[in-house]
Structure formats: structure tokens, C-alpha cells
Design a protein around this ligand. Structure first.
Ligand SMILES: *[C@@H]1O[C@H](CO)[C@@H](O)[C@H](O)[C@H]1NC(C)=O
Ligand SMILES: *[C@@H]1O[C@H](CO)[C@@H](O)[C@H](O)[C@H]1NC(C)=O
Ligand SMILES: *[C@@H]1O[C@H](CO)[C@@H](O)[C@H](O)[C@H]1NC(C)=O
Ligand SMILES: *[C@@H]1O[C@H](CO)[C@@H](O)[C@H](O)[C@H]1NC(C)=O
Length: 709
């Protein structure tokens, strides 16, 4: 197989909706997508945040499966310390590794092999090139690759796009879609004889997928073998499989299921969480798993039937014990090695800094898509700086190339909007428990650049714009001339929109919207003719889905109200207009869960929710386009009127790899709710410690903390 041939899934866009088993042809365009991207000069930039993503940098490691206790220095790093490398799978050749990496901007498949017999150096080959997500590669004995991809849209709102594909023998230019139209499949696993494929099908949300098997060749003979389960792995006998499930008692557990019979057994006891199993195929009943240790750290272990044990007794050998999370184990074909990924920032190579800005692949022509190490970015009036929150401990300014980073305001701050007012550079922000109830005190502040005319920003003068006793005021956004600020306020008992003078509300205040719902996160068009915002107004009845928002537009005088995006009861937030707005050709960028889950959430670091992905839409509601493809929580975009030709990966903060295990977040509802409540209440306090951040706190927490609103 010639793996070097660039695999261009992009070419099968026209085959959207092809039925299961039908062949999809990956025609190779004349030049690979990436090259086209590089030559196309962008004339605008979207900068956005991804919750927690910059806090980790994974590499793939392996350990011998047999040794007990694990010897010091037995762990081998299999990837090269660039970007994040994860979800590995051993190839059929001893030295070959298939994995996912974001080194080129989004989740693509790569292959690592030894360069030549005489050297221990490796070569890395990129196997896919597409703006969508590629995940979970498996190499078959005859050299094909089975993998997950979000390339083809799912036409149903809030259903995942992830489906399983099987590349054609000898060529990665052609792949067969194994997942039926409109279905979502995650976490593929092959039977030892390679005749059967098992997947988690349904939603990547905990408790919303079933284990399904089908023919690996063409997706036929599809049937459900276990309800409420995910991450299947075939046992060595090929007739049974292991999978994970959050048991009714709340513990994540490994189950064993006979494929053709009714036998189903839970093999791990309550009292400990086990997930993401990978069975050995070398003729025994061993399963590599991840589990949560007593310190709430995710570790790798091997479960096995003890020599004297009855069929249901399993024993555990712990393979890893570093105090960092270890994810998604995989086993070599000969059963000698167990691989997994973890943060590399431990020990010798810990001196790593997070880049301020990272380029993400995009399908939007003429637009650069950049992730910032922070949240709520906004462009300065002259487009030369990005203002943003680094944690929620202040407001920072950074030049467009990632240099000249300065903290201009230190103190709790949530959100940024930058402008020029009274010939001075200004930033508006909010301070207080933004996501708490309407009556909680949150004020809007005006920060005036204190640099007195120099290029760089200086420490800001601070002016409170909202009056005492006006409740929860947040999400300020400047009109284009800097003279007015639109914001949302809970002052009358509902979170609606208001416009005030940049000198403060006592110099002019106008109520823009009114109703028993939330209107929030507003933004103006460049000429201030329109305001875009998120609203729950279509979900006010008793059947309101928790946290449901749509995107609306309205003129600053309150006329012309219209809905631009219908989330179908989902999340839609953080809308911003394109910089080259005209009523005929205006676009809006926003974040939504409209594309569902892209992967099983338990297999990822902590995300507060699958808030989703960035989307762009025309202001007439047509032309919806997904901009990011990953299982992360992307949001708080801003759209500026210049491209970003050079990405200098300037250093931001030091990589700490401190983040929570998602298991905690995914506990059964009761536990999760009380945790959310605590988080929101503690937000200000937490902001000062900077170890916790949550720019996308769920809106339903409003009700959760105050049932008597
Ligand atoms: C953890 O691993 C180290 C080295 O690999 C070993 O010396 C130590 O005994 C292990 N500790 C536990 C609790 O397994
Ligand atoms: C897939 O979903 C679309 C949109 O809901 C629908 O029109 C189409 O009939 C569905 N296809 C199948 C095979 O169910
Ligand atoms: C799919 O492959 C199986 C053999 O693996 C075969 O029996 C079946 O006819 C095929 N179905 C289709 C629709 O090609
Ligand atoms: C508003 O509240 C702050 C803090 O409680 C207080 O210092 C200030 O004097 C108050 N302003 C007015 C005008 O009452």
C-alpha cells in the first residue's frame, strides 16, 4: 500500500448522502487542499477559544503488557512531541503506528514508521487532508484503513456527523462508507478475523449510544448487540466483545457480551470507574482499560481472568502511575505492548509553552481561523491587536502575530469588546458572576488604555458604567463609532438587551428587547445598522429544552427583528457579524451544538459540554457552514477584517497539563448538577486561582441555582 499518497476525502463532497455499502470515490484534485489554502490570501480572520484545549499536549506512549511491577524507564514515547498526538493504533508491522494529530491545524490521520532498519529515527506521514475531523484509525491485514470521519454532514439537527469509512485496498483515495445515511457511529473496532466491525452508534453523549456490529467489508448485517454502551472491542474469540457503560449505580464499568446470545456480564465492580477497553487478540482473555485512581487520575491497567478464578473473577494489573491522565489504551497485534496517550509535559521535556495563536484548518474561502489561548477575543479598532481574557483574571492585549502580549487590566473580567472613544483606545468588560441569576451584581466596566499614545497598550483606567442595584449586567459590545454599548441586563427580572452611552448608563439608556426570556451575547454590524444576539424567546413554554437558544437580528431602534438561525432546541451562542457586512452579503459566525457529538465524550479531557463547533450563516438564514470539526467546546468567536498571513507561534503561558478528568463531569445528573452549581457560585473565586475556567457555562445553570427565579 502506498500510504504516501495523499488521501483527499474532500473530493467526495458531492457524494453526500450515499447509502451504506455504496462506494465513495475520493477523486484527487489537482493540488492538495492544504496547498490551496496556503496560496489563497485571506482577507478576514476569525479568532475563537476552545475550552481547555491549550492546557494539554499529548503524545503516545507504550509499555510492555506483561511486566508486573512496571519497571522504571519501561515507558517508550512513540510520537515526536509536536502538537497533540492521540488515539493511536499499532500497525501490522512491528514499528508502525497510526494516530491522530493536530499538527496541521485539525484532527488528521498520520502514520509513523522507522525510517530505515539501521536507524531508530522515525518518519511521519500525513494520510488525510480535509477540513473535517479524522479519528480512530485501524489498519487491516491487507493494508486498508478503517477510520471515523465527520466529512459528510448529517442533515438532522444536532445529530453527529461522525461515520465509519473503510479505505480501498491499495489506495487511500477511495473509501467506502460503512455507516448508513443519517446514522452516527463512533469508536470502531475490528474482530480478530476482520469480518466484523463493532461501533458505538447513536450519540457520543453518555448513555445515548448502543453497541452495533456490521460486516467490516460493506456495513451489511448491521444489528444492535448491547444497549447503552460504547467503545466496543472484540474478544480474542471473535464471538464476544467488551464495551463500557455507565452502570445504573453511577460507575463506569466494563461489560462482556456474547454477540449471538443473551449473555451479558459486568466484569468490573462498583467503587471504581473503568472505561475505553481494548481487548488482547493474542489468544487470551485480557483487556487493557483506563480507570480512575484514588487521586482521580486516569491510569491504564490490564484486566485478566486470574488463573484460579471462575469465569466472572477478574484481576487487575496497573501499568501506569504518573499523576497525569492516561487515555484510550490500545494493544499490539502480538499482545506484547499496550499503548495510550498522555500529557508529555512531565519530567525532562516539561519546559513547554502554549502558543498564543494557533491556526486551524478551514473550509471557508478567504478566512483564516485562529484559536487563541484565552477566551472572548475582540479586535482593536485598528485591527492590530486582539483583546481577550486569559483565564478570567483580567484583560490582555496581544499583537496580531502573537507578540507584544500585555496584561492591561488585572481583576475579575468576563468578555471583551474593543473600540476607540474620545480618541482613546477602550475595552468594555463585565465583572461578577455573569451566569448567575438576574439579580446578582455584575457590572460593566470601561477600560481606557493607559499607554498615552505609544503603540503597545498600557495599564487601563477603570470606569464603572452600570449603576448600583441594576442586577446582572454583562456581554457589552461597542457600536462602530464607540459611542454606545449594547449589553444584556437582568435589571427588570429578565435578561434582556439594553443600549447605553459609553460614558455610563446615567448618560443614556435604552431598552432594546423585552420579554420573559434571555436575550444575550449581542454584537453590532460594522456600520452599527444591526445587532445580532442569542435568544431563548422561542423556548419560553414549559417544554423549553434546557439552555436552548436561537440567533436573532434586530435594528438598534428595536425594529426589523428576525431569526437567522434555528437551533431546533439546541445551543446557539456568541454570534458576531462578518467585518465586510452589507445587508445583501452579511455573514454571522456563532457557536452551536448543531453538529452533535463528534466522539464519545468519556474518551476526551474534560469539556463542560459539547457546546460545539463554530458555524457561519448568511443573514437571510441560508448557507449554514460548519467551520470547526472536533469534539471540543469551541466558542466566543470574533471576526476581524484582515487575514493572518504569518502565524508566529509566540509563547503564552507555560503548559501545565492541569485539567480535570471528564469522568467527574459525566457522573449521573444529580452529582453533575451540584458540581455545576458549585462551579458557577465559585466563579469569581476560581478566576483568581486561574486553574478553572468556563467561558461557556451552561445557561440552564440559571435555573439550576435558583429554582425560585
Ligand atoms: C510507580 O512506578 C514507579 C516506576 O515506574 C515504581 O517505582 C513505583 O513502585 C510505582 N508505584 C506504584 C504505586 O505502583
Ligand atoms: C435523512 O434525513 C433527511 C433529513 O431529515 C431526510 O430527508 C432523509 O429522508 C433521511 N434519509 C434516510 C435514509 O432516512
Ligand atoms: C456485504 O458483504 C457480505 C460478505 O462480507 C456479503 O455476504 C453481502 O452480500 C455484501 N452485501 C452487499 C450489499 O454488498
Ligand atoms: C456603589 O457601590 C459601591 C460598592 O458597594 C460603592 O462603593 C459606591 O459608593 C456605590 N455608588 C453609589 C453611587 O452609591
Amino acid at each position: 500500500m502506498n500510504i504516501g499518497t495523499t488521501f483527499l476525502i474532500a473530493a467526495f463532497l458531492g457524494l453526500y448522502g450515499a447509502a451504506s455499502g455504496e462506494e465513495l470515490h475520493f477523486e484527487a484534485p489537482e493540488a492538495p487542499l492544504q496547498t490551496q489554502d496556503k496560496h489563497q490570501k485571506a482577507d478576514s480572520t476569525i479568532v475563537y477559544a476552545t475550552v481547555g484545549r491549550s492546557q494539554y499536549a499529548f503524545d503516545i506512549y507504550s509499555l510492555p503488557a506483561e511486566t508486573d511491577p512496571v519497571e522504571a524507564n519501561a515507558e517508550v514515547r512513540l510520537t515526536d512531541g509536536q502538537s497533540v498526538n492521540f488515539n493511536g493504533a499499532f500497525g501490522r508491522r512491528q514499528d508502525e503506528l497510526f494516530f491522530v494529530s493536530e499538527r496541521d491545524g485539525n484532527m488528521e490521520l498520520y502514520n509513523r514508521r522507522v525510517k530505515n532498519e539501521m536507524s531508530s529515527k522515525h518518519s511521519y506521514e500525513r494520510m488525510t487532508s480535509d477540513p473535517s475531523m479524522q479519528d480512530r484509525p485501524i489498519q487491516t491485514k491487507d493494508g486498508r484503513i478503517i477510520f471515523a470521519s465527520t466529512h459528510v454532514p448529517n442533515p438532522q439537527p444536532r445529530h453527529g456527523w461522525t461515520a465509519i469509512y473503510n479505505s480501498k485496498e491499495g489506495s487511500l483515495h477511495k473509501a467506502r462508507r460503512l455507516t448508513p445515511e443519517n446514522e452516527t457511529d463512533y469508536s470502531p473496532a475490528l474482530s480478530p478475523d476482520e469480518k466484523w466491525l463493532a461501533v458505538a452508534s447513536g450519540s457520543g453523549k453518555t448513555g445515548e449510544s448502543d453497541v452495533v456490529v456490521m460486516k467490516a467489508k460493506n456495513g451489511s448485517h448491521r444489528r444492535t448487540v448491547a444497549k447503552n454502551g460504547g467503545w466496543p472491542t472484540f474478544a480474542a474469540d471473535g464471538k464476544s466483545l467488551f464495551f463500557h457503560r455507565q452502570s445504573e449505580d453511577g460507575w463506569w464499568s466494563i461489560y462482556w457480551k456474547d454477540i449471538d446470545g443473551d449473555l451479558e456480564t459486568r466484569i468490573t465492580p462498583p467503587g471504581r470507574d473503568f472505561f475505553t477497553p481494548a481487548a488482547f487478540h493474542a489468544g487470551d482473555r485480557r483487556v487493557a482499560v483506563a480507570f480512575q485512581d484514588a487521586n482521580k487520575i486516569r491510569q491504564i491497567a490490564v484486566l485478566y481472568n486470574g488463573p484460579t478464578a471462575s469465569r466472572t473473577e477478574w484481576y487487575m494489573t496497573q501499568l501506569t502511575n504518573l499523576s497525569t491522565h492516561h487515555y484510550n489504551p490500545f494493544v499490539s497485534p502480538d499482545g506484547q505492548q499496550v499503548g495510550y496517550h498522555r500529557c508529555r509535559c512531565l519530567g525532562a521535556d516539561s519546559d513547554e509553552y502554549i502558543p498564543v495563536l494557533e491556526r486551524h484548518t478551514t473550509s471557508l474561502p478567504g478566512v483564516d481561523l485562529m484559536r487563541i489561548d484565552g477566551s472572548f477575543p475582540s479586535f482593536s479598532d485598528d485591527d492590530k491587536y486582539i483583546l481577550y481574557n486569559e483565564g478570567f483574571t483580567g484583560v490582555s492585549a496581544v499583537a496580531r502575530d502573537g507578540s507584544h502580549k500585555q496584561l492591561i487590566f488585572k481583576g475579575p473580567a468576563f468578555g471583551t469588546s474593543a473600540s476607540v472613544y474620545d480618541k482613546q483606545r477602550v475595552v468594555a468588560t463585565a465583572s461578577g458572576p455573569t451566569f448567575a441569576t438576574e439579580d446578582k451584581t455584575v457590572h460593566i466596566f470601561l477600560l481606557t488604555d493607559g499607554s498615552s499614545g505609544s503603540e503597545d497598550w498600557g495599564n487601563a483606567d477603570v470606569l464603572k458604567l452600570t449603576k448600583n442595584g441594576t442586577g446582572n449586567n454583562a456581554f457589552p459590545a461597542f457600536s462602530s463609532d464607540g459611542s454606545e454599548i449594547v449589553f444584556r441586563s437582568g435589571r427588570t427580572g429578565d435578561k434582556n438587551l439594553y443600549i447605553m452611552s459609553t460614558r455610563g448608563e446615567e448618560h443614556g439608556l435604552l431598552r432594546l428587547t423585552e420579554g420573559p426570556w434571555d436575550d444575550t451575547m449581542p454584537g453590532w454590524t460594522p456600520a452599527s445598522g444591526w445587532i445580532v444576539f442569542a435568544s431563548s424567546r422561542n423556548y419560553v413554554d414549559s417544554n423549553r429544552p434546557a439552555g436552548a437558544f436561537d440567533i436573532f437580528m434586530v435594528r438598534p431602534d428595536g425594529s426589523g427583528l428576525r431569526r437567522v438561525f434555528d437551533s431546533h432546541g439546541g445551543l446557539a451562542n456568541h454570534p458576531k457579524f462578518s467585518p465586510k457586512f452589507t445587508p445583501e452579503a452579511g455573514r454571522i459566525v456563532f457557536t452551536s451544538d448543531y453538529a452533535g457529538y463528534s466522539a464519545e465524550e468519556i474518551a476526551l479531557p474534560h469539556q463542560f459540554q459539547p457546546y460545539g463547533d463554530l458555524f457561519a450563516i448568511n443573514i437571510d438564514g441560508t448557507g449554514l457552514q460548519r467551520l470547526t470539526h472536533d469534539p471540543y467546546e469551541n466558542g466566543t468567536p470574533t471576526w476581524g477584517s484582515n487575514g493572518t498571513p504569518e502565524v508566529k507561534a509566540r509563547k503564552s503561558t507555560k503548559l501545565s497539563c492541569s485539567f480535570d478528568d471528564s469522568v467527574e463531569w459525566l457522573r449521573p445528573k444529580q452529582a453533575a448538577v451540584s458540581k455545576t452549581t458549585a462551579n458557577v457560585n465559585d466563579m469569581q473565586q476560581q478566576a483568581s486561582s486561574a486553574s478553572f475556567w468556563c467561558p461557556f457555562a451552561r445557561h440552564q445553570t440559571d435555573e439550576e441555582i435558583a429554582p425560585s427565579r
